[in-house]
Structure formats: C-alpha cells, structure tokens
Design a protein. Structure first.
Lengths: 116, 548
C-alpha cells in the first residue's frame, strides 16, 4: 500500500461531498453541532477566565472565609470541577441524542454514493 | 530491606511487566495502523485510562503537590486549568479529528492544504512541543532519584555522587522509553499508559484517604494545620503567594505579575487540545463516538486525580512541612514521596512502614514519568515518519513498511536527543517547563487546528503562518523572558541578562499571535481555499463517513 496524501481514500466523489454538504440535513447537523459547542465553549472559557481574573484582582473577595478554613477561592476552584463534569455530561447526552442519529443517516448516504 | 532496595525492586517489577506487555504487543504490530494507532481497537475505558496515563505527568503528580505544599493555594490553579482544558478537546477537537485524520495531528491540518509546507510545519511544531514536555519529565526523573536513592549532595550510591546518579537515571529512563516505543509502538505504549494510570490513581487514592484519616476526615482542619505549619498563616490558603504577587510600591511589577498569572491560566486551558501526544490518542479507538466516550472517562479520571492533589499538597505541607521539603528539593518536587514516607510512618508501623510506602509511591512516580516520555516520543516519531518522511521527503510514495522503520529510527533519535537535553537541563523546575510546553502547544497548534476544522476560507499559507507564527512568538518570548536569563533562578543566572519580556509565560501574547498570523496568512493568500476538499473534510468530520 502506498501512503495516501492527506489520508484520504475515495469514499465518495467531490460531487457527492459537495452535494451532501449543501443538503438541508447536513446543514441542520452542522447548525446543531455549532449551536451547542460554540456558545458552550464561550461560556466555560469566560467562567474559567472569571476565576483566573478574580484570583489576580479580587483578592479580598477570594480570601473571604465561608466556613472553617474554607474560603471563596477554594469553593470557586471546586466549582470549576463541578461545571467541567456537568458540561461534559451534558454534551455527551446532547451528542448521543441529537448529533449521532443525524450523523449516521448522512454517513450511510455518503457511503452509498450521495443523495438520491 | 531498605527503602532504596525496595524502590528499585518495585520499579524493576513494573519495568519487567511493561516490557513483557511491549514484547507481546510487538508481535501484534504489523501494519502502520498498528504502530501509529494501536490497531484502533481500544475501548473507550481503555483509551480514557491511557489518556489519563499520558496526561498525568511528573508535573501533575510531583509538581502540583510540590507547589501546593510550598506555596499553598496557588498550586491549585494548575489542577483547575489542566482539567477545564479537557472541555476544549471534548467539544471542539476530539471527534472531528478522529473522523478526519488517521495517524497524526497533521492529517487534519493538511487535509485540504498543500501537503509539503503544512506537514513540514506540523512536524516542526510537534517535535518542539514534545521536546519541551520531554525535558520536564526527564528533569523530574533526575530530581526524584536523588530522593529515592537517598543521595544528598556529597553522599554516594554505588560509588556515584548525586549528579552522576541523576545522569545515569536520565539515561536509563531514556533507554527504556525508546524500547517501549520502538518495540511496542502505539499498542505497547497504550498498555503501559493504562497500567501506569491505574497505579497512579490507586497510589494517590490511598495517600488521600490516609491524609484525611490523619485529620479526622475534616478538610477545614487539614487546611488549618497546613496553614499553621507553613508559617505563612492564612495567606497560605489564599491566592497570591506565588502568582500575581503584589509588590508594594511597584505598580508596574505588580501589573506584570498579575498578567503573568492570567497568561499562565490561559496557556493551561488552551494547551491540552494542541498537545500532539494527546491528539493521537483519539486515533486508537474505532469511532468518533468511542473517542468522545474515552474523553469522558479521561475527564472523570483526571478530574478525580486533580482533586486529590489538594490532599497531597496540603497534606505534605501539614505532615512533612515546608522546611523538610525544601531541604530535599528547593522546587518542592519531592513533596509527594516525602508525604508517603510520613504517612507510612504514621499508619503502617514506624520506620519500616514509612520506608515501604515511600518505595511504593516512588515506584509509581517513576512509572508515571516513564509512561509519559514514551507517549511523547511516540507522538514525535510518528510525526517525523508519517508527516515528514512519508509525505514531504517521499511525497506520499513511501510503503507502509518504510514508514514504520523510519518511525522506529526517529524514536531512537528523539530519545537520544531528549536524554542529552535532560542531562543539560537537570536543575530546572518541572511544573514551569510543562506550563511552557502548554503555552507553545496552544500558540503553535491550537489556532491551526481550530481554523482547519471550522473556517472554510483557511488556506495553506494561513496554516503555515499560524503554526510558525504562534510557535515562533512563543519560543522567542520564552527566550527573552526572566526564566531564561536575568534573575537568580533563571537558566542563565545573573549576571547573564538579556530578558526584555517581563512575563514568565508567553501565552497571553503568543496564543493570540497564533490566531492572528493564521488569519493574516489566509487573507494574504494568492490561492483560494479548496471548496471541494473542505466539503469532503467537513462531511467526513461530522458524519464519520469513510473514517479509518
């Protein structure tokens, strides 16, 4: 076997891919994916950045003790763990329910030679 | 049996077991897909563990515990950044990369571009990032051995002084990792990661439980005790003792310090999805869906581990004490094993218990380092063979056999280079080096990856400018930063001073620079983006059609 350039084998012709890409079903899939991951990325990134910026500039607030020796900084840090776990779980549920069925239908279509 | 003998025995057991796995894996490694991607047969859980094994490096186990033990709360920033970073990989990169690529990061970058320039750039970037990261691991191994073998400056072990023993350790670790990669390929390396991740999780969990047992399972009591013993009081539990320090009467330096903290935070969170040795793990599973599930496992495993770093760090501060840790290693890299000794003393019966538990945890730490260096070496040698040799030198005309031979030779060369660099850099700080690797990865690789996957107009020139621009900015800024020269703790200590860039971490400048150069290169391209190829990549990435 020779190494194919760019790791492509011919699963479909250029026309097939262009047609599938323009199909309403594919557009819907792309919209669903981007509609979830872009806002979610912005959200967790800003939430994380808020934590970092507060650590730099809002020391008085971060140093406040909530109970015992547990202060706001520690709780804020632990909340980052909680949100990370939650977003991961949320995304996997969304992907399993919404993205996977749409993707699989389109995949079958590409591998059978494009929309008919 | 003393601690030294026990450590060596346990570590040798780990080495023998993993070498056996490697030899077994080598018998099943025939095709290029076997060597690069472990045959793509791993399950989500296996790959999740292996991702954890690749990711939880010496910096995570030794470095973070050490920073928390010596400086308190600030070390926790690393744990948080390293974990949150996985959301970038999960949401934006893992599945699309799995579907569109095959063996290396460059498969995706070069998909719709001219192969030669983009793959060359990707190979340069992969090797640069991996060597930064490798250095950190080698240095960690050197620092560890002095503690484990009980060598202090002036003392000897088997006739070797501390420096000679460090050099010998670095050479041995290097030789072992070369063996894993050359013989076992991705399959062997993946099993080594899984075994290591299991050992590390169990070791850290036992230590965490014992730390909490020592403080009546009361986190507040642990924190209070750590703060008292640290001599810094409450400040120990608050942000600001190392990062973003406020310098009285010097507003400019205070501003630089705060920017440095933000820069570090950004580099940590954006670096993961640009680390080549992490990205190629997504190819070891059969489908994008499995890749997603493996990232979920990884987030669970890595998240639990980073939560435990709190117990390890504050536990070491409370039970070992900053002075004892500093005396052994000024950077704090030996806090976790020293904590193991203290816990063993306390819970497993006196001196022998301490010795034994230290030996176990030390063996775990060695395994940690060994596994990570193997993963890094594999990533770089894959890129050299698949991107540079097969697609640049041979223009895609290499046979699969030739590629694998070149990959094995590359592993040997990279291993040898990192041994030499590791020896030269043996006195540097571990966590700092890894943070730099993250900054370099986030600047050189992430912009190009995201543009490739999501921006239709992105061109060949955009891709090469993004990689060289981001990578170059990051490396140049590091070179002119206070970590390389101009301070008492720099690589080139005073009076050497050519530092004009005020921050230790370049991320806040170099990551936007990577994105900017990618955009600029695209705008200044003479040729337009190939629409048909973008259609093919997008359809394949989103649907998994024709995935390898």
């Amino acid at each position: 076997m020779t190494t194919d350039q760019g790791s492509r084998d011919r699963t479909g012709s250029d026309e097939t891919f262009l047609e599938v890409q323009r199909s309403p079903e594919f557009q819907a899939l792309r919209k669903a994916l981007r509609g979830f991951v872009f806002p979610m990325t912005a959200a967790f990134f800003l939430w994380y950045l808020l934590y970092v910026v507060l650590s730099a500039y809002a020391r008085d607030f971060m140093d406040v003790k909530v109970f015992g020796n547990i202060n706001v900084a520690l709780i804020f840090g632990l909340l980052q763990f909680v949100t990370t776990f939650l977003i991961a779980w949320w995304y996997s549920r969304f992907a399993g329910k919404t993205l996977d069925p749409q993707g699989e239908a389109l995949k079958a279509r590409v591998e059978n030679g494009g929309p008919r | 049996m003393n601690s030294r003998t026990l450590t060596i025995t346990l570590f040798l057991l780990f080495v023998i077991a993993t070498l056996a796995i490697t030899v077994w894996a080598s018998r099943q490694t025939r095709s290029a897909a076997d060597f690069y991607a472990g045959g793509r047969k791993f399950s989500a859980f296996q790959n999740g563990m292996a991702i954890g094994g690749d990711y939880m490096s010496a910096a995570s186990f030794l470095g973070i515990a050490g920073i928390i033990a010596l400086n308190g709360y600030d070390g926790f920033l690393y744990s948080i950044g390293f974990l949150v970073a996985w959301l970038v990989a999960l949401l934006l990169v893992a599945e699309l990369l799995r579907n569109a690529g095959r063996y290396t990061m460059a498969d995706v970058l070069a998909f719709r571009m001219r192969q030669v320039p983009v793959r060359t750039a990707a190979a340069v970037s992969t090797v640069t990032v991996s060597i930064f990261y490798l250095l950190a691991q080698m240095v960690g191994a050197g620092a560890l051995v002095a503690l484990l073998l009980g060598i202090k400056p002036g003392a000897t072990f088997l006739g070797m002084d501390a420096d000679t023993a460090k050099v010998v350790t670095i050479i041995m670790i290097g030789a072992l990792m070369i063996t894993y990669v050359v013989v076992g390929g991705m399959k062997g390396t993946t099993y080594v990661q899984i075994v290591k991740a299991f050992m590390l999780m169990v070791g850290a969990a036992i230590m965490t439980i014992l730390v909490f047992a020592a403080f009546h399972f009361n986190l507040s009591e642990l924190l209070g005790d750590a703060a008292t013993k640290s001599g810094k009081g409450e400040a120990f539990l608050n942000p600001g003792s190392v990062y973003g320090k406020e310098v009285a009467g010097n507003a400019l330096q205070t501003f630089y310090n705060k920017m440095d903290l933000i820069s570090l935070g950004i580099a940590l969170v954006l670096g993961t999805a640009g680390l080549p040795h992490i990205l190629i793990r997504f190819y070891t599973v059969p489908t994008a869906k499995t890749a997603r599930k493996s990232v979920l496992w990884a987030i669970g495993i890595i998240g639990s581990f980073y939560l435990m770093t709190l117990a390890l760090g504050f536990g070491a501060a409370a039970l070992v004490g900053g002075a004892a840790i500093r005396a052994q290693n000024p950077g704090g890299n030996t806090a976790a094993p020293q904590l193991a000794q203290a816990l063993g003393d306390r819970f497993f019966g006196g001196e022998f218990g301490g010795t034994a538990f230290l030996a176990v945890i030390a063996a775990v730490a060695f395994a940690t380092i060994l596994a990570v260096v193997a993963g890094l070496t594999l990533a770089s040698s894959s890129s050299l063979a698949h991107d540079f040799y097969a697609n640049v030198v041979k223009k895609g005309q290499a046979t699969e056999r030739q590629e694998v031979v070149v990959a094995r030779i590359s592993a040997l060369v990279i291993g040898a280079i990192s041994i030499v660099l590791g020896i030269l850099a043996k006195d540097l700080n571990v966590a700092f080096l890894v943070a730099l690797a993250f900054a370099v990865a986030a600047s050189g690789n992430l912009p190009a990856i995201l543009y490739s996957l999501f921006w239709k107009r992105f061109t060949t020139r955009g891709a090469t400018w993004a990689i060289y621009g981001g990578l170059g900015t990051a490396v140049v800024l590091v070179f002119f930063s206070p970590v390389v020269s101009g301070t008492a703790t720099a690589i080139f200590k005073l009076p050497h001073d050519w530092a004009w860039f005020p921050l230790s971490n370049p991320g806040i400048i170099s990551i936007p620079a990577g994105f900017f150069f990618g955009w600029l290169g695209t705008m200044l391209s003479r040729d337009k983006a190939d629409e048909a190829k973008y259609a093919e990549m997008e359809v394949r990435a989103l649907t998994g059609a024709g995935a390898h």
